[in-house]
Ligand binder design. Structure first.
Ligand code: FES
Ligand code: FES
Length: 166
């Protein structure tokens, strides 16, 4: 079986993987990153979105062997020093989730969007997140959360830091 080296949330792993193994299954079943959910079997929902070398990908649409030599960032790698990432805090404060199933993917896709456009308009946010589906909250609060997270990340300080709780 192919042997790959992949860094996930800052930790380097060497794994033997079947060529058909999907990245999302490597993350969840082998590396314990169950914070990245699977929401569909058609690569439609975006719940499984992670950053692969900084770019958002649907990890159910990427083979694990394609991540060989890459850096993967999942939602579980965002908090640091016991504090949520500002985008996580923004989703909490804008009530941008109900069941939360879509939230990891929304947050990771939002971060990729802000990398290219740090101050997106409503329309740019909606377009940037069009590959991510939410079945319960609706999108208004999600758009507000991305604005709030962007402001916090840009140093406008509207989003208080929150401690991570188990
Ligand atoms: Fe990957 Fe739905 S689980 S797009
Ligand atoms: Fe339930 Fe988005 S909060 S799917």
């Amino acid at each position: 079986m192919p042997r790959i080296t992949v860094t996930v949330d800052g930790i380097r792993y060497e794994e033997e993987v079947e060529p058909r193994l999907l990245l999302v299954h490597l993350l969840r079943d082998r590396l314990g990153r169950t914070g990245t959910p699977i929401g569909c079997d058609t690569s439609n929902c975006g719940a499984c979105t992670v950053l692969l070398d900084g770019q958002s990908v649907k990890s159910c649409a990427v083979l694990a062997v394609q991540a060989d030599g890459c850096d993967v960032l999942t939602v579980e790698g965002l908090a640091s020093d016991g504090r949520w990432h500002p985008m996580q805090t923004a989703f909490h404060e804008e009530h941008a989730l109900q069941c939360g199933y879509c939230t990891p993917g929304m947050i990771m896709a939002a971060l990729d969007l802000l990398r290219e456009n740090p101050t997106p308009s409503d329309e740019a946010i909606r377009t940037g997140l069009e590959g991510n589906l939410c079945r319960c909250t609706g999108y208004c609060n999600i758009v507000r959360a991305v604005h709030r997270g962007a402001q916090a990340m840009n140093g406008d300080g509207v989003s208080e830091e929150r401690e991570v709780t188990a």
